[in-house]
Ligand binder design. Sequence first.
Ligand code: ADP
Ligand code: MG
Length: 392
Amino acid sequence: MTHAAAAFEDAYGRPPEGVWHAPGRVNLIGEHTDYNDGLVLPLALPQGVSVAAARRDDGVLEVRSLQAAAAGHRVRVAELAPGAVAGWAAYPAGVAWALREHGVGGASLLIDSDLPQGAGLSSSAALECATALALCELYGAGPDRAELARLAQRAENEFVGVPCGIMDQSASLLCTAGHALLLDCRSGLSTQVPLALGEEWSLLVVDTRAPRALADGRYADRRAECEQAARLLGVAALRDVTDLPGALRALQAARRPRGLLRRSSGPDTAALQRRVRHVVTENHRVEAAVGLLRAGALGEVGALLTAAHLSLRDQFEVSWPQADTAVDAALRAGARGGRMVGGGFGGSVIVLTPADRAEAVRASIAAAYAERGWEAPAFLEAVPSPGARRLG
Ligand code: ADP
Ligand code: MG
């Protein structure tokens, strides 16, 4: 019996009807491309969120989590509405809300997780997707996995109020073992790309332990800048920029005041140029990485990771000191490449290293942290794992 099933019995006094699991993810490459209609390449982690669940006939959704301090939350499914549920319970409640029109009703849920929260490994989507799969299977609801990803995203956007893209939920539901998922965030279409680490390679995820206190506002700023740049360039999204030098010139021209009294109100075009440079080159890096993976040249992807990091640091300006230090220390110890992952300003770093250097890479990062008096980083191995599934 899983831990979640045993805890469900303790909490609710009966066995669950099943246990479902959805993984966290780490995005190998393609950062801040999702909301620009671009490309991302996530893989599912072995770690994730498990939900033990059983239907109830009183129309109530009750949720408890072994990782939450509060006893639990109860709400009538019929009364679910954005704003009605606060805190972590909004994630599973939002999923029930999004699935209501598919015939999903009351349930008791017990949540257990081995995924760090708020580390950029998408515990929120894992929680949503495990809940979504549980509720769908309990109620025989029909959405396929791509649609389920959109419903879970809608729960996070509209019910929880977090403006995330579609990547996290797609990764959690659609990834397969031994593969990364190439996801086109415009079409929603996805392709499996072989990612075999074998004995030779290790993908290390470093939880940099940096607080993300200011993250939300600055993430929103970046999105707004990308939208502004796309408007100035006359494209639907930065995905559509095919001529980078031309786009940079066009933004430059947007700075020049065309009339009197147009002094300081124009956009910060130098910043917009940097944002565009990142997004456009990052989409190309994703395509290059996919090509290399299909060619079986995983080691060559390392240089792309490092290039992505420098672009995120210098052009998109979303890195943070612990991430820069971790990447530098990893490279010094023989890693092939590394980069910050997630929205930025805190979270995790991914490092590609020959397996026989992995120990030295960890030690190098830990030493660089200790030297600066920072809280020790946490490491986990990113082994490309299966997507969401029923455990029992
Ligand atoms: P990330 O998705 O990168 O981990 P988010 O801020 O998007 O970070 O999501 C983290 C939030 O998801 C937590 O603050 C909490 O509300 C919710 N969450 C994730 N895992 C759990 C869990 N096991 N139990 C309760 N809430 C959880
Ligand atoms: Mg999240």
